[in-house]
Design a protein around this ligand. Structure first.
Ligand code: UT7
Length: 323
């Protein structure tokens, strides 16, 4: 059977770093509160010349270089983002142009923080369906542009950045010993759509709007939703948490990461954490963390890697892959 194997990874972060202490003159907060409640110490914030398209392009170029491929080798680009450069065209086609890719096709996907998991799953289906051999999957965001910088309950939580992977079709045996994507599980439940949203849009206010969140409500559901889809992929693959080499969770809050790992029985030393340095970068968070752990040599060929995310919608999902 055809498997979608991860051939390359790459990431890009804005130049400017904003530390917790930098918020102390902007809103009533403290480094101590932010660290205790979220685990975040700093985040990268895009400057005027940095956009979702430019960060996505840089991450894509890094992933292509890591894979030893050119943009012309790619059949499909899927960009997961909730912060496109423009309402249309899709920022994915802007990235396609920036990469000099004059073949194939490109589109955006919008599932907020779960966007990269949705995009990875979609790419896998295009590959297994035979419509694409190599897919560039990018998660890129500039959430700083959606933030209400007077709202201390949200503005301290998010950051900007991009991560990308190149998926490639390869023959597998159809067992969890294969390299590539082994199992996937996606969910959404729109009854929660007022708990984490943006209060604007082209069809309603005609504006971009600002991010609004009932943080405690999101927190309350997060661990149960995350562990639900993870148990689903474990069931599909016939494995347990003990078989996992690396857990790469969505980086929203260290307490949510710790709670999920504890509930699943995954020890701390197998958990990749970047939230302390990146904050919540929405659809970019998982590919940023994955790239870091691959680049520093923690994740090695043959390792079983578990990815998950949960966010606005609510949307949530998990992907199990062998690197
Ligand atoms: O990507 C997925 C989407 N996002 C998430 O997963 C986020 C999920 N939620 C969370 O991570 C947490 O709920 C937060 C970090 C957002 C908040 O932590 P919490 O422990 O749930 O705090 P809380 O909302 O219950 O607020 C506790 C107190 C409140 O004051 P009072 O009402 O007790 O007087 C807040 O007003 O902390 C106050 N507070 C702050 N204080 C200092 C809220 N934000 C801040 C702040 N600095 N930045």
């Amino acid at each position: 059977m055809i498997r979608s194997v991860l051939r390359g990874v790459g990431s890009s972060l804005p130049r400017r770093i904003m530390k917790n202490a930098d918020f102390e003159g902007i809103v009533e907060t403290s480094d101590e509160w932010i660290v205790q409640r979220t685990g975040i110490r700093q985040r990268h914030i895009a400057s005027d010349d940095e956009t979702t398209a430019s960060l996505g392009e840089a991450a894509a170029r890094a992933a292509l270089a890591n894979a030893g491929l050119e943009a012309t080798d790619i059949d499909l680009v899927i960009l997961a983002t909730s912060t496109p450069n423009r309402t249309f065209p899709a920022t994915a086609v802007e990235i396609q142009k920036r990469l000099g890719m004059v073949r194939g096709f490109a589109f955006d996907m919008q599932a907020v923080c779960s966007g990269f998991l949705y995009a990875l799953t979609t790419a896998d289906l295009y590959i297994r369906g035979g419509m694409a051999k190599r897919v560039l999957v990018i998660g890129a965001e500039t959430f700083s542009r959606l933030l209400d910088w007077t709202d201390r309950t949200t503005c301290v939580l998010f950051g900007d950045g991009a991560g990308a992977v190149v998926l490639e079709a390869a023959e597998g045996e159809g067992t969890p010993a294969d390299r590539g994507i082994i199992a996937e599980s996606l969910r959404s439940d729109g009854t929660h759509c007022e708990k984490l949203y943006v209060d604007g849009g082209p069809s309603t206010t005609g504006t971009v709007g600002h991010l609004r969140m009932e943080g405690r409500e999101v927190f309350k559901h997060a661990v149960a939703m995350i562990t639900d889809v993870i148990e689903d992929v474990f069931g599909q693959a016939g494995i347990t948490a003990d078989d996992i080499d690396w857990f790469v969770p969505h980086q929203a809050n260290k307490r949510i990461i710790d709670g999920s790992a504890r509930k699943l029985g995954i020890p701390d030393e197998k958990v990749v954490v970047t939230v302390d340095r990146h904050g919540n970068t929405s659809a970019a968070s998982v590919p940023l963390a994955l790239t870091e752990a691959v680049t520093d040599g923690r994740i090695k060929p043959g390792d079983l890697v578990l990815l998950e995310a949960m966010g606005g919608g609510f949307t949530w999902g998990a992907v199990l892959l062998r690197f």
